[in-house]
Design a protein around this ligand. Structure first.
Ligand code: CAA
Length: 705
């Protein structure tokens, strides 16, 4: 296979162009190509210097992540070998970056003798997001170039910086205006460096930036405690800090060896496997059956949201944040005013935290146009209905939308559980109807379930998929069923949590197990945050459909009747002190739980942490298996994305279906079967889970079928 690079000579400068679409990842073949070009150029007296640049839309996305699992990443020349060859080259090497320069490619740039970047390009070391540390010298060279604290920030957050910021910090030496300018400028820098008498300066020898940290080792401990909350449960951020610290305490070669050892340890960890799974799952989820890259798109210039309650106002903000004008309709002035006030307060709070300028907030607010005139939906290319969860009301709204809206406008419903086909049938254009289930708070949560109705057209689906990306969301396409994928999997989880407290556990015990597993909070704290009244309202239309032989715990209903709605009333599963969100167990709540157990004739027992975890997790995985079998979700990995972005499932566990694979489906099945034998209700193992367990296969293998 030809090596995916090009080599051209401009005067005495050898220009090596990475040409490995789509992202110029440093595969073995590309590493060999660059290495051979440099080795040949070093022998060639007509070449005095090199420029390395990328073709297509970016410099490079770094190491080829797919090679991590095959062992090819370790084949010679490794990225580290190539980087040493570049740094040791007696002929200067200039790195010319555009688009993105991430991971291993950013590390390669650090070893070059000068760096040029097009303004606006993004440069960084995102390895931590894959559960690893930069493995090709990034933790040793970046602090030498830009200083210890900025390097720690960049490496531990994994966030790329703009070329302008990189220039300010000293990572980039020269900024180019555009791609043409980039090559010209880089060649001229290469000429200049090669005409100097001294050999090029190596980054590894630049130690001046390290001194500040060498004189005060508490810098690293402070940094560790600063990130301890944000990075709770993750191993890689702390491993990154260790590596940067090593840069300040060890000679370069030793620091490099420490980094290598840490990289290899992280790469083979379960956390990194899970985070790499999440990376690829996020890309797979965009590939939807029946949609092709060339599926045509509907142009969306203006949006409308019907309803300005909690969801409607949040959705309107999503459009405004993406720069799309949005009309918001309500039936009553006071409701409209309340919704707009909520939006204003949200922006004010963002400005007060310094996360947005006042002008920016005003500009976004100006894009939101509140109105009582429902007819104005006719101006929109996409309408999102965010009214109460009531089928008759929604059907009426869709009949009205059908008469008022442009013929090619997309009509979307934000229902969290209702039948999208029935809503679509209220219109003469079911092919234009789709579900867009945003998660609350809609302006923050990144998940949107895109519900594909029986008649939703490929154009509509594809446009909505792209729209979610434009809104900064992750769209997951699911089919029509009661409550779709996310909430359908959530119900068995919260249901079991409630049965557990009837049997002998307490809310704080269950919540602690789930929190320690890595969720931001447990099911009871979540229920108090979302509102026990909200759950009660949902149960009013769900529970009548429940098969009568399946029992449900009514403690939450009793809390509702007691007016304990959660944080908003200061009492729910827990109690809350004025102005505080910290849950405190209280005697009234505990009495209710113990009384309920007694009335049900249950002899309360000690419940182990292991049982709590399994009783909460396995039923949701089991429901995931049913969803897959019914074709409601396309892949198990799509369900992982739903949980990562919808409910804060710990990314370092990859999502529930990946987690199930990692503990073994046989173990999950056997535990479910055991629970079913004792508790019957709700816990019958799904046929797909049973089959995969019997065949000793995984959900990932089922995905690949
Ligand atoms: N290795 C292998 N494949 C990669 C890749 C990589 N580093 N980066 C992207 N791809 C693949 C994607 O999986 C996708 O493949 P499919 O089309 O088959 O789904 C394709 O390239 C296009 O990627 P995106 O859809 O993500 O394209 P985008 O334009 O939306 O984003 C990007 C581009 C910002 C570069 C994004 O792809 C990205 O963030 N990539 C990963 C960057 C990264 O984490 N680099 C560090 C690698 S680890 C490393 O370098 C370790 C080391 O120190 C040795």
């Amino acid at each position: 296979m030809p090596h995916p690079i090009r080599f051209d000579q401009t005067d005495a400068v050898g220009v090596i162009t990475l040409d490995n679409p789509p992202v110029n990842a440093f595969s073995l073949s590309q590493r060999i190509g660059v290495s051979e070009a440099i080795t040949a150029g070093l022998q060639d007296p007509t070449i005095q210097a090199f420029v390395i640049c990328g073709s297509g839309r970016m410099f490079s996305a770094g190491a080829d992540i797919r090679e991590f699992d095959t062992g090819v990443a370790a084949e010679s020349p490794t990225l580290s070998d190539l980087i040493s060859l570049i740094e040791d080259s007696p002929k200067p090497v200039v790195c010319a970056m555009h688009g993105t320069a991430l991971g291993g490619s950013c590390e390669l740039s650090l070893a070059c003798h000068s760096r040029v970047a097009v303004v606006g390009s993004r440069i960084g070391l995102p390895e931590v997001t894959l559960g690893i540390v930069p493995g090709a010298g990034g933790t040793q060279r970046l602090p030498r170039l830009i200083g210890v604290l900025p390097a720690l920030d960049a490496i531990v957050s994994g966030k790329p910086m703009t070329a302008e910021k990189a220039h300010e910090l000293g990572l980039v030496d020269n900024l180019a205006d555009d791609l043409d300018d980039l090559l010209e400028l880089s060649v001229s820098v290469a000429h200049r460096l090669s005409s100097q008498h001294e050999p090029p300066i190596k980054t590894r020898d630049r130690d001046s930036h390290l001194r500040e940290a060498q004189n005060g080792s508490e810098l690293f401990d402070n940094f560790r405690s600063q990130i301890s909350r944000r990075a709770r449960g993750f191993e890689a951020p702390f491993a990154c800090v260790d590596c940067v610290e090593a840069a300040t305490t060890m000679p370069f070669e030793q620091g490099l060896a420490f980094e290598r050892e840490t990289f290899l340890r992280c790469r083979s960890s379960n956390q990194s496997l899970a985070q790499r799974h999440a990376f690829f799952a996020e890309r797979e989820v965009r590939k939807v059956r029946g949609l092709r890259a060339e599926t045509s798109q509907i142009e969306l210039k203006c949006a409308a949201v019907v309803g300005c309650g909690t969801m409607g106002s949040g959705i309107a903000m999503c459009f405004a944040n993406a720069g799309i004008p949005v009309i918001v309709t309500e039936s009553k002035q006071d409701m409209l005013d309340r919704g707009m006030e909520m939006i204003r307060q949200n922006y004010t709070s963002t400005v007060s935290k310094g996360r947005m300028s006042g002008d920016e907030a005003e500009a976004r607010l100006a894009l939101i146009k509140p109105t009582l005139e429902f007819e104005r939906v006719s101006e929109a290319d996409v309408v999102i209905e965010a009214a109460f969860e009531d089928m008759e009301l929604k059907k009426k709204i869709f009949r009205d939308l059908d008469t008022l809206c442009k013929t090619d406008a997309i009509l979307a419903t934000n229902t969290s559980s209702l039948n999208v086909n029935a809503i679509a049938a209220a219109t003469q254009r079911p092919e234009q109807v789709v579900g867009t289930h945003f998660f609350s708070p809609a302006n923050i949560m990144r998940l949107v379930e895109i519900v594909r109705g029986d008649h939703s057209s490929p154009e509509v689906l594809s446009t909505i998929l792209n729209l979610t990306k434009r809104l900064g969301k992750v769209g997951v396409v699911v089919g029509v069923c009661d409550s779709f994928a996310a909430n359908r999997m959530l119900y068995p989880y919260s249901r079991q949590a409630q049965f557990l407290i009837e049997e002998g556990a307490f809310p704080e015990q269950v919540d602690k197990v789930i929190y320690d597993f890595g969720f931001p909070m447990g099911p009871f704290a979540l229920s108090d945050l979302a509102g026990i009244d909200v759950g009660w309202r949902i149960r009013q239309h769900r529970e009548p459909n429940r098969p009568k032989h399946l029992r449900y715990s009514d403690i939450a209903d009793q809390l509702y009747k007691m007016g304990r709605y959660g944080q908003k009333t200061g009492k729910g599963w827990y109690q809350y002190e004025e102005g505080s969100r910290t849950p405190i167990p209280d005697s009234e709540g505990l009495d209710l739980i113990i009384r309920t157990s007694r009335e049900l004739g249950i002899d309360r027992r000690e419940i182990s942490e292991e049982e709590i975890l399994q009783r909460c997790m396995y039923p949701l995985i089991n429901e995931g298996a049913r969803i897959l079998e019914e074709g409601i979700a396309q892949r198990a990995s799509d369900l992982d994305i739903v949980w990562l972005y919808g409910f804060g499932f710990p990314r370092y566990r990859g999502g529930p279906m990946f987690y199930a694979d990692s503990i073994g489906l046989k173990n999950v099945y056997e535990a479910m079967q055991g629970f079913y034998e004792i508790h019957r209700d709700w816990l019958e193992p799904a046929p797909l889970l049973e089959r995969l367990a019997r065949e000793d296969r995984t959900f990932a293998e089922w995905d690949r079928e």
